[in-house]
Design a protein around this ligand. Structure first.
Ligand code: ZN
Length: 343
């Protein structure tokens, strides 16, 4: 083997990525071995990726994957290599990546309920993620990228739109419903606002930030309430909750009779009180939800292709991942933070 080919082989086996490592955990741009490719997996060269709270949990040590670990849940890119049994995509295809990964073989998976799979995980939490030159995912986790949407939007919509769509779907969203989105500004809450408006609902949002309330109104919210107000004065058919303890009492008091409150997070704390008498006398429902099914992903991709708006806070070069992470941890953003890998 000549020096040149040895050099090429060496390059072929390595990639550049942001990775968490060390003790205490730090994040750095580093060289890693490329992940191996299984027969039903595809390798994607990442064009754009986006940040999520999973990134913050990794940097804060709340999630503790084996190190080194590559973060990142959302991505859009170009298929670079396919496994020996892959027939659904080809090298060169432009794709968006579904970050909800399941085994595909267990009873919940076969029943179309992969979020209940015991092997269920989110891309970037234990499996290496998207803030890298390339990533490897199961073939069922890539979908053709709509050519009508930008690369930035293609990375930004995935995780949060899937999460919000399942919540609204489980809560039985109908046109004309009043939907209360608590704590507007985060990715899921912005996606819930946009999806509910797209579906013909009336949407009320809350935030402590006057600037975020104003942004939400510009994005189509019908009413924006200061979270700190003693009474919100809303009768919502559906409440979208991800804040938890700090807002729970006002959220559940805002439910109309037969209302549904869907919960996907508890950023201010997980322990709340429920008045059971009020719950059963008013025929109300509390729904827990996380991520979504392949069917829901397909629906979300159709909505995205047909023009569903995406709230993007800022687009940064990949090299600015640490500053994006700090912005997300401080809760300063309104919508998604996107990383451009060619910038
Ligand atoms: Zn499974």
């Amino acid at each position: 083997m000549t020096d040149v080919s040895a050099h090429e082989v060496g390059q072929h086996r390595q990639m550049q990525a942001w990775a968490f490592d060390g003790s205490p955990v730090t994040c750095s741009w580093t060289t890693l071995s490329r992940p191996a490719l299984g027969p039903r997996e595809v390798r994607v060269r990442v064009v754009t990726s986006a940040l999520n709270h999973v990134d913050v949990w990794l940097s804060a040590g709340v999630l503790t994957p084996r190190l080194p670990h590559v973060p990142g849940c959302d991505a859009a890119g170009v298929v670079d290599e396919i496994g020996s049994e892959v027939t659904t995509v080809s090298v060169g295809d432009e794709v968006v990546v579904n970050p909800a990964i399941s085994c595909g073989r267990c009873p919940p998976c076969l029943a179309g309920r992969p979020p209940l799979c015991r092997a269920f995980h989110t891309l970037g939490d234990t499996r290496w993620g998207t803030h890298a030159e390339e990533l490897v995912v199961p073939d069922v986790n890539v979908t053709a990228r709509p050519q009508t949407r930008s690369w930035d939007e293609s990375a930004a919509f995935g995780l949060t739109t899937l999460t919000a769509w399942r919540m609204l779907r489980l809560a039985g969203l109908c046109a004309g419903d009043t939907v209360l989105v608590v704590g507007i500004g985060g990715g899921v809450s912005c996606s819930a606002l946009l999806l509910a408006k797209w579906s013909g609902a009336r949407v009320v949002v809350t935030s402590r930030s006057a600037a975020k309330r104003e942004r939400a109104l510009q994005l189509g919210a019908d009413e924006a309430i200061d979270s700190a107000a003693p009474r919100w004065g809303v009768r919502a058919d559906i409440v979208i909750e991800s804040v938890g303890a700090a807002t729970w009492e006002k959220s559940i008091r805002s439910l109309a009779p037969a209302g549904r409150i869907a919960v996907c997070g508890a950023t201010s704390g997980p322990t709340v009180e429920v008045n059971l008498v009020r719950l059963f006398m008013h025929h109300q429902t509390i729904i827990g939800s996380t991520m979504g099914t392949h069917e829901e992903w397909a629906e979300v991709c159709r909505l995205f292709a047909s023009g569903l708006p995406v709230a993007i806070d800022e687009v940064l070069p990949l090299s600015d991942y640490p500053s994006g992470l700090a912005r997300l941890a401080a809760g300063e953003q309104f919508g998604k933070l996107v990383l451009r890998h060619d910038a």
